[in-house]
Structures are given as C-alpha cells and as structure tokens.
Write a new protein. Structure first.
Length: 365
C-alpha cells in the first residue's frame, strides 16, 4: 500500500488530502470504519508537505507497531501458568538472597569491612560507614545484585521457556537509543527540579565533594551500578509486571500494582527508618508507577533501565543524604531525605517523564 501511494504525484495527492481530511473527520464519530481510513489516507498525502501531518503519521505508526507486537508475540494468549511464576519467583529470590549475601560477605572480608555496619540503620553505624572509603562500601553492597540479574534471566528461560531477549523488549532488536532517552529524560527532570530546590533551600545543602575519592568511585558507578539498576528492572518490571499482566488487567491497575510492589523492599532503606511511611511509599510508589507505565506502553524495558540508572547515578554523584542506603561521593549532601518534597517531586515527575519519553522515544525506532 505504501509503495502504491508513493507513486501518486503531489499534484494529485495534496488536493486529495485536503478534500479527504474534513470528510474523514466528520465521519469519525458517525461511521468510524470509514472515517478512520479516510483520515489516515488524508494525513499520508498531506505528510508530503506539512510537518504536523508527518508527526501525526509517526504517532499512528508507533501505536500500530505497539499493537502489532503485542498480538504477534502472543504474550497474553500464552501467559504461563501460575505455578511457573511462583516457582520462578522462589528461585529468583532465594538465589538472590543466598548468593548475594555470599558475595557481600566475600567482598566485605576482602576490604576488611564490618558487614553489620552495612545492614544497620543506626545513626552511629551510618556515620561509621561514611568514614570508610565510599567506593569499597558501595561495591560491597552493589555486588549483591549480580545474582538477582542472572537469576531473573535464568528463571525466564528455564521456568517460562521464553527467549531472554523478549524479557528486555518485544521488538526485533533492543534499542540502546531508547535507553539513553530514558536516562536523559529523567536526568533532565531531576536536575531541573533539584536546581530549583537548591536555590530555595541552599542552607540545607553541604558541599561534600572530595576529588581523591571521586575517581575510584566512578569505576563502581559505571560498572556495578548499572547491574544493580538493570537487575531491579528485570525483576520488578520484567518478571513481576509480566506476571501481573495476564490480559485481564488494564494499564492503570498494572502500573499501580507494580509501583506498590516496587516500593515495599525500598521501605527497608536506612533513609526511611524513623520516618512516617506515607511519604516514602508515595515517593517510591510514584517512581515505580512511572517506570511500569512506560514499560507497559512500549512493551520493553529500554526506557525504564535508562531512567533507573540515571536516578541512582545522580543520587550517587550529585546529591545524596547522609543516611542513604548507598555510600556515595556526591557533590552535595543533605542531612536526611525531605520526604514530603521528595514525594511531591516524584508525583509531578510522572506525567512529565511519560510525555517526554513518548515524544522523544517515538523517533528512536
């Protein structure tokens, strides 16, 4: 069809487009089975000259691509049985906890670190951790996510009998460009809001940059941190969300459930200890909802993986709290996470991130 339309000269296509567009628009609510194809045909013709028509055509093509991949993958019709998900989840969690702890103890022994300090939420223990080299403490914590990364891939292959690539994306090829779009979108939003908060609450921030500690930490930040964030995305948005998406639930309910599940383990973080749980739940839940929404919308983890890495990287290198779960060498430090503003920021970020990634991501296919 595309080849046939391309053979029609502009002298005919453009007038036909102007004629068909109002007719199709009028027929849309009255006779959609005729109005839709006429409108689409009109915008195809007008797209030869007008940018707005080309943008509309790109949007339609992306929506159709998403629908087509959902049907072709047979994801809903071939949803694995419940016992497979349960067995797979037990395998993932058990492997993660056993091997993750083993790697943590092994690395802690190598660096001569007290493991009890790493799992403590007491103020004096957190102060003791901050006195240690941040890169070794961070490496000891982050290495525990390597088994989660591997176990999720193995469970998807062994228990669900599915191609590992389909865990990352439903399309033919993984798009690293979309991962960078997810990274850039969240980084842009976070830096914009963070800069505003810095201006309004300058007295709350402490300049804590140490050049001697920064360079070795960069190695950890760009090797183990991507493993940690990708492992969480594979488990929460890849494994758990696919379990929830059995074809009977809507995007809203799946995203809310996924966000709620994502928030639960994060409530054990040291920065949450001693605080009311309402605002941390909203903050983590909104972030989880946002990542779940774009994952469901695009049927891929590309955007979520990039955004999650950006979030944790900024927390490690730009602004962190003294009671953070992850030791860092950030440029600026706050005494504790201001959970009220943090929750508000997370909620505001959701529609902005969804809009940005939809606008920029449409050009990445």
């Amino acid at each position: 069809m595309a080849k046939l339309l391309s053979k029609i000269p502009d002298s005919i296509a453009l007038p036909a487009g102007f004629l068909l567009l109002p007719i199709g628009t009028i027929l849309l609510p009255l006779l959609p089975e005729l109005g839709v194809p006429l409108t689409l045909l009109a915008t195809r013709f007008l797209g030869r000259k007008f940018q707005w028509a080309r943008r509309f055509n790109t949007w339609v093509d992306n929506k159709w691509s998403n629908l087509r991949t959902r049907f072709e993958s047979g994801r809903r019709a071939d949803h694995p049985k419940l016992f497979k998900w349960i067995l797979g989840t037990l395998f993932i969690v058990t492997t993660w906890q056993v091997l993750g702890l083993a790697l943590t103890f092994l690395l802690a022994s190598f660096f001569d670190l007290d493991v009890d300090l790493l799992f403590s939420t007491a103020d004096e223990d957190l102060a003791a951790i901050r006195a240690l080299p941040a890169w070794s403490s961070a490496a000891t914590i982050l290495i525990s996510f390597l088994p989660l990364f591997i176990a999720t891939l193995l469970a998807y292959r062994i228990f669900l009998k599915k191609d590992i690539k389909s865990l990352f994306t439903s399309r033919n090829k993984y798009s690293y460009k979309r991962t960078w779009i997810g990274f850039a979108s969240l980084a842009l939003i976070s830096i914009a809001f963070g800069s505003l908060d810095l201006i309004l609450n300058w007295d709350s921030y402490t300049f804590s940059f140490k050049a001697s500690a920064f360079l070795p930490y960069l190695l950890i930040a760009f090797t183990l941190l991507p493993i940690q964030t990708t492992a969480e995305e594979l488990f929460f948005r890849g494994w758990i969300q696919r379990w929830l998406d059995n074809g009977k639930k809507k995007q809203w309910s799946i995203s809310i459930l996924s966000g709620a599940i994502f928030s639960l383990p994060h409530l054990a973080n040291p920065e949450v200890a001693g605080n009311e749980l309402f605002f941390p739940i909203i903050s983590y839940g909104a972030t989880g909802f946002m990542l779940a929404w774009v994952t469901y919308r695009d049927q891929s983890l590309e955007l979520a993986i990039g955004a999650h890495f950006a979030n944790n990287l900024l927390a490690a290198l730009l602004v962190s709290s003294q009671d953070s779960a992850l030791p860092s060498v950030s440029l600026l430090t706050v005494p504790e996470v201001p959970w009220g503003p943090a929750a508000l920021f997370s909620v505001i970020m959701v529609p902005i991130f969804i809009w940005l990634t939809n606008r920029w991501g449409a050009k990445a296919y």
